[in-house]
Write a protein that binds this ligand. Structure first.
Ligand code: SAH
Length: 322
């Protein structure tokens, strides 16, 4: 351990009676250089960092994280794998294995435990407060995971995330306004996070080989996540606004908002000032533009108006048109 090469990994999987399943996002890293590269990029602050690894597998990355970090949380939803990891780490460290299907738990009770292995679905289990997040993440759940990371990002604690994702998906995260890839997730990431592609990784570095090229990305927080900014205070509202309007990204802003309010009763109450924008003759400058032509910041300002009636969007769009 760790199982850097295919010839070390295969007999171990056989012994554990585990068959890796690509459909469950089980593409294991079998390239030592890439594993080391990821660990280097995490820049572990010895004995200070509290780290969450998503999709720990047999521990190719976990071993190094545990060695240097102060406390490490490992999540995987394959029971055979988490049990193995528990047995493996227990001989050296204070380890706790918890089976978690509920959506609430007080992680503070484990504050003197070095490694907490969570057997559960990373989308469902609550994230502990950590300083770094790492993961060669299952591609099937990349989008909900990124939304969850944005939603739960604690600006005072979480310094950065180093994630291995599908390259095509990375292109959606960084997509520019009005481009083909511009989507709900680009508008969410674009407002809150800095994203850097730091290394392309060919499929030959995994077993089994995924059909796609992967990339290691780094996510850090923008100032908009600092606690007193409106972007931060209205974070959940912005994310639910995006969820409601982006299915209509090729429609006009007017229609996207109308569909959103029609489809969702709560939204009509929560964003009650939208009706005024739609009625206001001055808004003709932008209300008929297609939704996908609005930048994340513009969408946020529109959302803020809908929610509070307080935003200078009419002014802003007049200037924008000049
Ligand atoms: N970190 C390891 C394994 C990566 S493969 C390595 O780099 O080699 C991704 C892992 O995520 C698999 O072990 C798989 O069992 C796990 N996984 C898949 N879906 C998951 C989910 N919804 N929640 C938590 N873990 C999941």
């Amino acid at each position: 351990m760790p199982f850097y090469s295919k010839s070390q990994l295969l007999p171990k999987l056989e012994e554990l009676n585990v068959r890796l399943d690509k459909k469950r996002g089980q593409c294991y890293l079998v390239d030592e250089n890439i594993a080391n590269y990821i660990i280097k990029e995490v820049e572990i602050n010895e004995n200070k960092d509290i780290i969450l690894e998503i999709g720990s597998g047999l521990g190719t990355l976990s071993d190094s994280l545990v060695r240097s970090g102060r406390r490490v949380y490992l999540i995987d939803n394959d029971e055979k794998i988490t049990k193995f990891l528990y047995t493996h780490l227990k001989s050296k460290y204070n380890v706790k294995l918890i089976d978690l299907s509920s959506d609430s738990i007080d992680f503070e009770q484990f504050s003197d435990v070095k490694v907490i292995i969570i057997n559960g679905d990373a989308i469902k289990v609550p994230f502990p407060v950590v300083t770094k997040i790492v993961g060669n993440i299952p591609y099937q759940i990349s989008a909900p995971l990124i939304f969850k990371i944005i939603d739960s990002w604690d600006i005072n604690k979480l310094k950065k995330c180093i994630l291995m994702i599908q390259d095509e998906f990375a292109n959606r995260l960084i997509a520019k306004v009005n481009s083909k890839n511009y989507s709900r997730i680009s508008a969410a990431v674009g407002l809150y996070l800095n994203i850097k592609k730091i290394k392309m990784v060919p499929s030959s570095c995994f077993f089994p080989k995924p059909r796609v090229t992967s990339v290691i990305i780094e996510l850090t927080a923008k100032n908009s996540l600092s606690s007193d900014s409106p972007e931060n205070i209205f974070r959940k509202d912005y994310l639910s606004f995006l969820r409601g309007v982006f299915p209509f990204k090729n429609k006009s802003l007017r229609n996207a908002i109308s569909f959103f309010l029609k489809n969702d009763e709560n939204a009509a109450n929560q964003f009650k000032y939208f009706k005024e924008i739609i009625k206001n003759p001055e808004s003709y400058l932008f209300i008929n533009k297609k939704l996908r032509r609005f930048s994340p910041q513009q969408l946020f300002n529109i959302m803020l108006y809908g929610s509070t009636g307080k935003s200078d969007i009419l002014q802003e769009f007049k200037l924008d048109e000049l």
